[in-house]
Design a protein around this ligand. Structure first.
Ligand SMILES: [Zn+2]
Length: 64
């Protein structure tokens, strides 16, 4: 089993924006009401499940 005390870290790119959780790559166990994640500052954590999302270093954030 994975250590569930360590939230998963999902790297996202421009094609994944806007990022929301749970998303296509979120494990089924972490299902909860969908929330949008603001990763424009580099990294953000989902308030519900703790999954961390990080913008890939080679991604230029777009102004939405
Ligand atoms: Zn979440």
């Amino acid at each position: 089993m994975e250590d569930n005390k360590t939230p998963p870290l999902i790297e996202v790119g421009a094609e994944d924006l806007p990022v929301y959780c749970p998303g296509p790559r979120t494990p089924r166990w972490s299902a909860h009401p969908r929330v949008f994640i603001d990763v424009t500052h580099g990294e953000a954590r989902c308030a519900y499940c703790g999954t961390r999302y990080r913008l890939r270093a080679d991604t230029t954030p777009l102004k939405l």
